[in-house]
Design a protein around this ligand. Structure first.
Ligand SMILES: *Cc1c(COP(=O)(O)O)cnc(C)c1O
Length: 385
């Protein structure tokens, strides 16, 4: 029973087969769900390699190996949510450290940094990281990391990963990229010089709006031990069944992303021509300010679109009238979801900062699903009136 060398395969094949293509004991094609809290020791001082599932679990370990390969890292750690992963990453740093962060990012990350880590002595500068001069200007002697989302959430601004990596490396710091919006199928930040990738696996990786998960991927041996220690000490690890759901989701990541992207392109162009829509934010438009950068550092534009309505009075009817598209928080699943960032994903961000970033009361965010694009457009047409 030869198991293949997954490092030689292309991403689509790795995603389908995983790091270990079949169970070496039974031949099971689907990784078994090792729903066991603990593991029997063969004897004193002996171990099967597994002892307690908070620390290591075979199903979760297979998922971690698979995602490490997909993100082109060497190590991956799986958490119960994206926030669990992001919180663990920050613990690599110490009080007194300064981090430069994209101002236009997931509201939960803002809350975690601003309400909790700031109180523990970390400091943060919130800047438009798509504007490189602002990143440079925010550097301080104690800057230890740059944390970016690209494309950003929800304004779809694109940050130059390689330039940020070079800048922070010249100061001995690290670049952390939240790669949730594009997934490793469309963007692999470690290839562009990033040190750490984080994910809300709840989104495209799991892909079916049915489970929560979070990941850290990196390629530095000296970081693995500290991160594993944080993970096992805090305990926000991914359950065996949720790990299995994400493994199952990853098998179709490539085909799902292709369809998300195809649908999003059609919906973005259609929205742009609608009389009730003032502006559409989508990195796949040739006149997007960072279109060239987006094409250079990513393999596609993904399934996320934001848009301003002309009039805020159109928000309520739109959210009420959509029927195929669901009015719900989250993104990246097979079902199309519409979000009102002002009150949902970005409710935790203070008004002045929100408005400066462009999140006003006319902004809608659409996660385009994999339904038939005509049905998605028909639903929007009906709801926009
Ligand atoms: C959803 C999300 C998170 C948080 O992930 P959870 O799995 O909900 O904890 C972090 N970053 C981005 C970009 C997200 O969309």
């Amino acid at each position: 029973m030869e198991q293949y060398d997954s490092r030689k395969l292309s991403l689509e094949s790795i995603l389908v087969h995983g790091a270990t293509p079949f169970d070496p004991v039974t031949g099971a094609v689907s990784t078994p769900v090792y729903q066991s809290a603990t593991f029997r020791h063969p004897g004193l001082g002996q171990s099967t390699g597994y002892d307690y599932s908070r620390v290591i679990n075979p199903t979760r370990a297979e998922l971690e190996k698979t995602l490490a390969l997909a993100e082109r890292g060497t190590h991956c750690l799986a958490f119960s949510t994206g926030m669990g992963a992001i919180s663990a990453v920050i613990k690599l740093f110490k009080p007194g450290d300064h981090l430069i962060v994209s101002e236009d990012l997931y509201g939960g990350t803002f809350r975690l940094f601003n309400e909790y880590y700031a109180a523990y002595g970390f400091s943060f500068s919130w800047v438009d990281t798509a504007n490189f001069a602002q990143v440079e200007a925010a550097l301080k002697p104690e800057t230890a990391a740059v944390f970016i989302e690209t494309p950003s959430n929800p304004m779809m601004k694109v940050t130059d990963i390689r330039r940020c990596a070079d800048l922070i490396h010249s100061r001995g710091g690290s670049l952390i990229v939240d790669n949730t919006f594009l997934s490793p199928y469309l963007q692999t930040p470690l290839d562009l010089g990033a040190d750490i990738v984080v994910h809300s696996g709840t989104k495209y990786l799991a892909g079916h709006n049915d489970t929560l998960a979070g990941f850290i991927v990196h390629a530095r041996e000296d970081r693995e031990e500290p991160l594993r220690n944080i993970q096992k000490s805090e305990g926000a690890t991914l359950s065996p069944f949720d790990a299995w759901l994400v493994l199952r989701g990853l098998k179709t990541l490539a085909v799902r992303m292709n369809r998300h992207e195809e649908n999003a392109r059609r919906v973005a162009h259609w929205l742009r021509g609608h009389p009730q829509v003032e502006k559409v934010f989508y990195t796949g438009f040739e006149d997007h300010p960072q279109y060239a950068l987006s094409c250079a550092q990513a393999r596609g534009h993904g399934g996320m679109i934001s848009f301003y309505l002309k009039d805020s009075s159109a928000v309520r009817p739109l959210l009420q009238k959509v029927s195929l598209i669901l009015f719900a928080e989250s993104l990246g699943g097979v079902e199309s979801l519409i979000t009102y960032p002002l009150v949902q994903t970005h409710g935790a961000i203070p008004e002045s900062m929100r408005l400066a970033a462009g999140v006003n009361d006319r902004l809608m965010r659409l996660s385009v699903g994999i339904e038939n694009a005509d049905d998605i457009i028909g639903d929007l047409e009906n709801a926009l009136g």
